[in-house]
Design a protein around this ligand. Structure first.
Ligand code: THU
Length: 160
């Protein structure tokens, strides 16, 4: 497993990651986050260069909302089922705030990323803001979820 890459400043990221982070920032402007006032954007790039974005959409019945990452991942799969997902960038802003704040994907989003990367047999690179200034590039969803639960667990159960 490749290591996480840490960058002390946004400018140190590779061009593609910066491009996706900018797209994610634009998408965050479309978030519907009246309850948390925490707007998140995600932008992913497919193997052919197509970019698909998502934003978090909350609901008065709180659990009905959805994170930006899963909005983007499910939209990409629904629209381009045959294309692999290469990289996803996630950014967040406080409503009304100008600066980005850290948003290191939640467990369920990591779990969803993991199933995508297993299905496509190719890791997804994940770009996230780690703290006030630094950024992390994770080589795969698997690297963010040690001892994860996957369909292999279900299959091994059935084979018994
Ligand atoms: N959220 C995301 O969209 N992605 C993350 O990585 C963290 C959390 C959303 C969910 C909810 O709408 C708001 O941020 C506060 O948790």
């Amino acid at each position: 497993m490749r290591e996480f890459s840490m960058f002390n400043h946004f400018d140190e990221l590779d061009q593609e990651s910066k491009y996706l982070a900018h797209k994610a920032k634009d998408a965050a402007n479309h978030a519907h986050a009246p309850y948390s006032k925490f707007t998140v954007g995600a932008a992913l790039i497919l193997e052919d260069g197509t970019v698909v974005t998502g934003a978090n959409y909350e609901n008065a019945a709180y659990p009905s909302g959805m994170c930006a990452e899963r909005v983007a991942l499910f939209a990409a799969a629904a629209q381009h089922p045959e294309r692999r997902i290469m990289k996803i960038a996630i950014v967040a802003k406080k409503k009304g705030g100008k600066d980005l704040v850290p948003a290191t994907s939640c467990g369920p989003c990591r779990q969803v990323m993991l199933e995508f990367e297993m299905n496509q047999k190719k890791p997804i690179t994940i770009v996230m803001q780690a703290d006030d200034t630094s950024w992390v590039v994770a080589p795969s969803a698997q690297s963010l979820l040690p001892f994860s639960f996957t369909r292999n667990n279900l299959d091994s159960h059935h084979k018994k």
